[in-house]
Design a protein around this ligand. Sequence first.
Ligand SMILES: Cc1cc2nc3c(=O)[nH]c(=O)nc-3n(C[C@H](O)[C@H](O)[C@H](O)COP(=O)(O)OP(=O)(O)OC[C@H]3O[C@@H](n4cnc5c(N)ncnc54)[C@H](O)[C@@H]3O)c2cc1C
Length: 534
Amino acid sequence: MAPRKLKFWGWGYEDGLSPQVQKHVEFTMAERFGVNQWEKTPPPTIEEIQLQPSRLSLPQSLQHLCSVDPFERLSHTYGKSYRDVVRAFRRDFSNAPDIVAFPRTEGDLINLLEWCDGINAAAIIYGGGTSVVGGVEASIGDHYSGAVSIDLKYLNQVLEVDDISRAARIQGGIRGPAMESRLKEHGLSLRFYPQSFEFSTLGGWIATRAGGHFATLHTHIDDLVESLRVITPKGAVETRRLPGSGAGPSPDRLFIGSEGTLGIITEAWVRLQERPIYRTSSSVIFPDFQSGVKAVRKLSQSGLYPSNCRLLDAGEASDAGAGDGKSAVLMLGFESHDHLLDIWMLRALECCREYGGTYSQDAIKTSQKDSTARAGAVETWRNSFIQAPYLRDVMVGLGVIVETFETAITWNQFEEFHNGVMEAAQNAIREISGLNGWVTCRITHVYPDGPAPYYTVKALGKRGSELEQWDEIKSAVSEAIIRLGGTITHHHAVGRDHRPWYDQQRPQLYASALQSVKKTLDPNYILNPGVLID
Ligand SMILES: Cc1cc2nc3c(=O)[nH]c(=O)nc-3n(C[C@H](O)[C@H](O)[C@H](O)COP(=O)(O)OP(=O)(O)OC[C@H]3O[C@@H](n4cnc5c(N)ncnc54)[C@H](O)[C@@H]3O)c2cc1C
C-alpha cells in the first residue's frame, strides 16, 4: 500500500477527510451563514508555487542531511494556525526556509548548528510543525544570510525505560503515537494527549509547555519532565534526574517553554503512569453556562481531580453535536489503573446537581475493567474534537475565519473576564470587521484557583481580506485578555503571533534576564529569531 501523503499546506493527511464530510461542512456552514453558493478556493498544488531560490550553499559534509526539495521547503514554511493555512491558500510561501535539515544524531545537530553559526543563518527547530503561533516560520528579517529548518523526525527513539521509577528516556523528535506504542510494551504511558497528539512531538510539547487531555492536576507537560538534555550553540546542558529538588531555580524550567530559542531538546526523562484500566465518564447538562461554571469551580476545589472536566457553553456543545444549543454541557471523566471510580463519579455528580446539573443515572455505574466505552455525548464530542482541524482547513477554503483564543484567569476574576472577552470578540466580529459570525467558549482545564477558558470565533470573511479581518479580531481579543488580567496563552505558546501581548504580560526585568540567558547560550542569536526574545 502506498504511504498516506501529508498535506504541505494544512493539517494532517491529504485523504484525512472524506468528500461526504467535506460536503457536510459546506452544507452546515452555508446554513449557519445564510450562503447560497460558496466561492471556493482550491488548496494549493506544489506546481503553482513560486519558491525563492535557496540563498545558502551547503558544504559537502552536510549534504547528506539536508534537502532543498520543494515539497520539504513548502512543508516546513508554516505551522498549522488559521493564519498559516490562509497564506498557504493564497499560495504565499515567501518565508520558506532555504534548506531543510534532518539530523540523525546529536553529532549531526552539533555540526548543523556550527555551520549555521559560522554563516549567520537562522536555525529554526521543527518538531511536528503543529505550532499555531508562528513558532516554526522562518520570518527572520534581513539580518540573516538565510534560514535552515532543522526537523528532528529521526531523533525518535525510546532509549531507556526505568520500570522501577516509572520513567523513560526518550528522544525529542518522537511523535505521540510512536512513543505511546513503544511505552505500551512496558504497560506504561505518558498519558499526555494534546489535540495535536498524532503529529506533534515530545520535544515540541516540552518546548511549548503544551497542555494535554488531563483537565486537572497534570495539565501541562511541565510536571511530567524529570530531566532534559539540550544542545545549544555553546554546548550541551544535561540536568539531573530527580523526583523533586529545591536546589535553586530549576534548570529544567529554563528550557521548558523556551520554544527553540535557547537550545534543542534532544532527550528527556519523562514520568510515566501505568495504563488506566478503569474509566468512567458522563455528560452533565446545565441550564446555563454560569451554573456549569459554579459546578466546575466546586469540582476543581473538591480534591476529586477528574481527568476530564470540560464545560462547553451552549453554542460550543451544539457545534460539536453534543448539545441542543440551549444548555451548557459538562464532559466529566475519571480514570485509574488501580481502583474503581464509582464513588468519585457519584460525588462529582452530586456537586453538579447542587447547581442544577442533570445527568443519566447510568453514569454512576459505568466503571468497568478494561473499558474504553464512553457515554453518548462524550463520545460525540471526542470524535468532533479529533476531526476539528481537518474541518478547519475546509472552512478556510470557503472563506470562513476560524480562530481560537486560550487563556487562564483566577476564579474571582472569571465572570468579569469572560464577559469582557466575549464582548470584545463579538464587537470585533460585527463592529470592527462588519462580519457575520459568533463566538463560543469551553473550559478546557481547571485548577483550584481558576479555569482555563478557550474561545472559538467563527465568522464569514470578506474574500481576499480574511487575514486583515483575522488580524483585527486577534488584536481586539488579545488586548481584552491582557487588559482583564488573563494570560495570552494557557498552552499554545507565544511564538511570533503572541509576542506583542506576551511582552506586556512578562515583567520587564525578567525580559532582560532572559536576554542575558540567550546571550550566554546562543550569542549570535541564530536560534528561532523573533520568538520570545528579540
Ligand atoms: C489542531 C491542533 C490542536 C492542538 N492542540 C493542542 C493541545 O491540545 N495542547 C497544546 O498544548 N497545544 C496544542 N496545539 C499546539 C501545538 O500542537 C503544540 O504547541 C505542540 O506542543 C507543538 O509540538 P510540535 O512537535 O508540533 O512542535 P513544533 O510546532 O514543531 O514547534 C513548536 C515550537 O517548539 C520549538 N521546538 C520544537 N521541537 C523542539 C525541540 N526538540 N527542542 C527545542 N525546541 C523545539 C519550535 O522551534 C517552535 O518554536 C494544537 C495545534 C493544532 C494545529
